[in-house]
Each structure stands twice: as C-alpha cells, then as structure tokens.
Design a protein around this ligand. Sequence first.
Ligand SMILES: O=P(O)(O)OC[C@H]1O[C@H](O[C@H]2O[C@H](CO)[C@@H](O)[C@H](O)[C@H]2O)[C@H](O)[C@@H](O)[C@@H]1O
Length: 286
Amino acid sequence: MTTAPSSRTSGTSAALVGALREFSADPGAPRIVALDFDGTLAPFVDDPTSAAMAPAARAAVDRLAAASRGTTTHLGLVSGRNLSDLAGRAGLPPGTFLVGSHGAETAHVTPQGLDAEPLELTADQERALGELRAGLADAVDGRDGTWVQHKPSAAVLHTRQASASDARAAEAAADEVAERLGLHAMHGKDVVEIAVLRTSKGEAIAHLRDVVGRDAASSGRTVRVLYAGDDTTDETAFAVLHDGDVGIKVGDGPTSAGYRVADADGLAAALDLISADLEEIEEIET
Ligand SMILES: O=P(O)(O)OC[C@H]1O[C@H](O[C@H]2O[C@H](CO)[C@@H](O)[C@H](O)[C@H]2O)[C@H](O)[C@@H](O)[C@@H]1O
C-alpha cells in the first residue's frame, strides 16, 4: 500500500484518498475502474471530433491500464459516444472494456482488435431512427450553432455554440420529437440525446459487474466498482454503486456520487493512487 502520496494527490480530498486505498487494498479482489469520457477525461470542446483526454488524464489512464495488466483490476470506458469513435479516441490496450452509446454498444479490447457485441436494430427501431433524424433536422433548422450528430441507435442535438434562446427553442423542439415518437430524451451538457433503444450507463455498469463477477466467481469475492463521470447521464451509473464501491463526480452540479474532484487533473491524481497501489503489489509479488 502506498503511504506517501505524490504532489498530484494534493487536490484529492482525504476522504477520497481513504476510499481509494480501501478500494485497492485487497490484492486479489476483482475490481472495475469505469470512466466516462467527455467532461471527465476529456475537457469539452465545440467540435466533438476534436476532443481528447487532458494530458494528465491520458497519462493516468495509460498508467492504470499498464498497472492492471494481468491483475484482477479491469479498466473500462463508459461513454455516450458510439463504440468505434470511443475505441479510436481512447486507444486503450487489450483487456479494456468499452461501452458506447450509453450502453447500447459493448466491447472488449483484445490483441486481435475489438470483440464487440453487434448492435442490431429491429425494423421498427430503424424506422424510428429515420423519423428521429428528420425531426431533429427540423429542430435545428434556422437556429444558428445547433446541429445534429448521428449515431447507430440515436441522434443528438448539440447546442454548445448556440445562443441561449436558440438552444432553448431547439431543445424544446427535440423534446417534442421524442415525445411524438415515444422515445426517451436524455439531457446532458449542451446536448439532448434521443435513442431508439432504451439503455443507460447504470445498466452498463451492472452488466460489467456481472461479466467480471462471472470470471471471479471462484475467488468468492465481491466485485468492486469505481465510476467517475461529470454529467447527468452518469447519475444512472452512480445509482447502481454499492457499499465498497467508489463514485466520483467530476466538476460541479448535483450528484449522488460519494466523492468529487474538480476536473480531469483531479481525476488523474485519484487514478494515480490506484496505479501506485497496483504497482506496489506487483513489486512485492515479483
Ligand atoms: O458519456 P460521455 O463520454 O460524456 O459522452 C457524452 C456526449 O459527449 C459528446 O458531447 C459532449 O462533448 C462534446 C465535445 O467536447 C461537446 O461539444 C458537447 O457539448 C458535450 O455534450 C458527444 O458528442 C456526444 O455524442 C456524447 O453523447
């Protein structure tokens, strides 16, 4: 167990340091460190195709991926981004779990590439997706700075670059489209995401816990989960955490997470504590 935190831990509360130490205390315990991407590891930018992890977050995630290799700790990214986008942007090694489209797409990174569960829409869902795209195209028509992002099972209204009044009007129009089609609208930071499949990050975390739990069944130990996220859609993941798990809200805003860090740098410091513990265990064992 690491006893001398580096200067990078200075923004990490004593309570969070304690929770992280407890989280990584048992060397053989199955664990998942599941992280949201945008707003958590990657600062927000106007163009989602330009988003990248903050340098400290990139270094911390790479260190954690290396420290987890061959251990009972599993790294996962859980994002609203579609799977192929997330996989390319994250660039993480074999062993990493990837969850895209808020849980509609899941994959495991293997040495041969992505082992993904195919996303298949029914004819009704395909039809709904077409109507959704048309409806959102109307919602952004004539509203500067608003635009629509297409995903395999969803469409997303973006308003980051719009005036407050255009953003409000486009969001209201998007909500009407969702209601007309009987779909659920998820309101995130300057986005309204409407999917033709009902999924959530909470369901995705429960699924990951089951997958890792099946592999660890013989150890008789409970799977512990650390989840970090910044947005309202991450609250569904915090809601499925149990005693012994760690929920970290990144940034401001109401949350049910037990802990909070200011930004991606703060999260990087927290992840470094876990990596340091895993590295120390490896040193003791070799
Ligand atoms: O679950 P996440 O990994 O947080 O993804 C949620 C959405 O992230 C992206 O949008 C957000 O980031 C953009 C780039 O910084 C920003 O322009 C936008 O305002 C943010 O809401 C992504 O484009 C969406 O598809 C994701 O659902």
